[in-house]
Design a protein around this ligand. Structure first.
Ligand code: SF4
Length: 426
C-alpha cells in the first residue's frame, strides 16, 4: 500500500501544498499551510522573527508559513478547538500520511488540558513574581572565555538592582559559553539566574539532559525559546536542529517537573523543581494572532513571559488589553522587554539584524536628532520603563542591550522602577 499511495500522495500534495512528506500530515490544523516548509519546523504557531511585511525570518523571499496558516485557519472556518501539535516523529519522514489515516495510526492534535501542578517549594525569582512586587530582570550574554571572572563581574553590577539575570543561549545564533554552565556559575556565586534553552542547537534528548543537569547544579529558573536561525549568527554554515519548538519544550519541561518523566515517559529519580518561562513578541506579524500564541504558551505551562524589546508603548498597551480580556496576566507574570543601545545608528542596525525587533521611526529620529545620543537613548529607556509599568497587568520589565550594562544599570536606578507594585494583581 505504501508503495502505491506514497507517490500519489507526494505528487498531489506537493503540487497543492508544497508538501514535504513528513508522514504525519497536519494540514487541517494549519489552515492548509504545510509547517514543514518552516525553516524552524515550528508546529504550534509563528516564531518571534517574522519580518514586518510577513515574510520569513530565515527566507525573506517566502511568506511566513504561520502567517499563511493563521490566515488559512480563518478562511477554513470555525476556530479549531485548542490543541497542541506534537513534535515531529522523525522516523516517519518520506512515508504516506494517507496510509496512516486508513489504518488509524495517524496522530491527531492533542487537546489542551491543564496539567495538575503538584505543590512545590518556590524560590527567589518565582517568589518575587508571585509577591505582587514589580520585578526587574536583565539579560547577560555569557562570555567567549573559559574564565568565569568576566561573567561574575558583569553580574555584580546588577546585584540588588534585579530579581534575576537571564543567561542567553547562543543569542543571535552566535557562539558563547553555554547557558547552563554560566547559570550554574552564577548560582554558585549567590545570584538568581534564568537559564535560557533554545531549540536551535539541540534535539529533545540533549535539551532534557541539559535541563536536568542545570537543575542539579541549582538553577531554578529556565526560559524556553525556539531561537534565532543559524543564518543570523557567526556560524551560518552550522546545521540547525529545531527538533522541538518552544511550546513543545515548555510541555516536556513541565512534564519533567510535574509528572517526573522524560518525554519518552521514562521515570526520573528526582524531578527538577523549576520556574518555567517563555517569550512573546507582540510587535511582529501576525499581530492579531500573537495573543493566541501567548495563550498557547501559558496553556503549555509558561509561568512567566519575557517579551521582545518594547519601543512602541501604544502597541504594547493594545496587546495588554487582549491579555487582560483573556486574564492571562493572572495565570503568568508578563515581563516586558525594554532596552537600548548607545546611538540611533546601532539601534537601526539592531532592527536590520536582530529578528523581530520593531522600533518606531519617531523614536529613532528623536535619538538621532539629539546632541548626546547615548543620554537621549537612556532617557527614552527610562520613560518607556515607567510607561510600561503603568499598563495594567504588566508584572515587570526585562532589560536588554548588548554589552550596554552600565546604561541599563543606571536606567534601573534612575527610573525608580524597583519601588513599584505590580498592577498584575488588579
Ligand atoms: S518566520 Fe519563523 S515561523 Fe515563519 S516560516 Fe519563517 S521560521 Fe517559520
Amino acid at each position: 500500500m505504501e508503495r502505491v499511495l506514497r507517490p500519489l500522495e507526494r505528487a498531489s500534495k506537493q503540487l497543492l501544498f508544497d508538501c514535504k512528506m513528513c508522514g504525519q500530515c497536519v494540514l487541517s490544523s494549519t489552515g492548509m499551510a504545510c509547517p514543514s516548509n518552516c525553516a524552524k519546523l515550528m508546529r504550534n504557531g509563528p516564531c518571534g522573527g517574522v519580518r514586518a511585511d510577513g515574510s520569513c525570518e530565515v527566507n525573506a523571499a517566502m511568506r511566513c508559513v504561520w502567517v499563511e496558516a493563521t490566515g488559512g485557519l480563518k478562511r477554513i472556518g470555525p476556530p479549531q478547538s485548542k490543541t497542541f501539535l506534537e513534535p515531529i516523529d522523525h522516523r516517519l519522514w518520506n512515508s504516506s500520511s494517507w496510509l496512516r489515516v486508513i489504518d488509524g495510526t495517524h496522530s491527531s492534535p492533542t487537546p489542551i488540558r491543564p496539567l495538575p501542578a503538584p505543590a512545590r517549594e518556590i524560590f527567589g525569582f518565582e517568589q518575587a513574581c508571585k509577591s505582587g512586587r514589580f520585578v526587574v530582570t536583565v539579560e547577560v550574554s555569557p562570555p567567549d572565555s573559559s574564565d568565569p571572572a568576566e561573567l561574575i563581574a558583569r553580574a555584580l553590577r546588577f546585584r540588588d538592582l534585579v530579581d534575576a539575570i537571564n543567561i542567553t543561549d547562543g543569542a543571535g545564533a552566535n557562539c558563547h559559553m553555554s547557558s547552563a554552565a554560566a547559570a550554574a556559575i552564577l548560582v554558585a556565586n549567590g545570584f538568581s539566574p534564568v537559564a535560557q534553552f533554545s531549540c536551535r542547537d539541540r534535539n529533545r534528548i540533549a535539551l532534557q539532559g541539559d535541563i536536568l543537569g542545570a537543575a542539579a547544579l541549582g538553577v531554578r529558573n529556565i526560559l524556553c525559546l525556539t531561537g534565532d536561525d543559524v543564518s543570523q549568527g557567526d556560524h551560518p554554515d552550522a546545521k540547525p536542529v529545531f527538533d522541538l519548538d518552544s511550546i513543545s519544550l515548555l510541555r516536556i519541561t513541565g512534564r519533567m517537573r510535574d509528572a517526573g518523566t522524560f518525554a519518552s515517559g521514562r521515570k526520573l529519580g528526582v524531578a527538577p523543581n523549576l520556574f518555567i518561562g517563555a517569550t512573546a513578541n507582540p510587535f511582529v506579524p501576525p499581530y492579531r494572532d500573537r495573543i493566541a500564541n501567548l495563550e498557547k504558551k501559558v496553556d503549555a505551562g509558561a509561568q512567566f513571559i519575557q517579551t521582545q524589546f518594547c519601543f512602541d508603548v501604544p502597541m504594547l498597551a493594545d496587546f495588554m488589553t487582549e491579555v487582560r480580556t483573556r486574564e492571562l496576566h493572572k495565570r503568568c507574570a508578563i515581563i516586558v522587554g525594554v532596552g537600548t543601545l548607545s546611538s540611533a545608528r546601532s539601534l537601526r542596525r539592531m532592527v536590520q539584524h536582530v529578528p523581530g525587533v520593531h522600533i518606531p521611526e519617531s523614536v529613532l529620529l528623536r535619538i538621532a536628532g539629539a546632541d548626546n545620543q547615548k543620554a537621549e537613548a537612556k532617557a527614552v529607556l527610562v520613560e518607556t520603563m515607567r510607561a510600561v509599568g503603568d499598563i495594567e497587568g504588566v508584572a515587570g520589565v526585562h532589560l536588554m542591550g548588548y554589552r550596554n550594562d552600565e546604561v541599563l544599570a543606571e536606567a534601573i536606578a534612575e527610573s525608580g522602577i524597583r519601588r513599584r507594585v505590580s498592577t498584575r494583581a488588579a
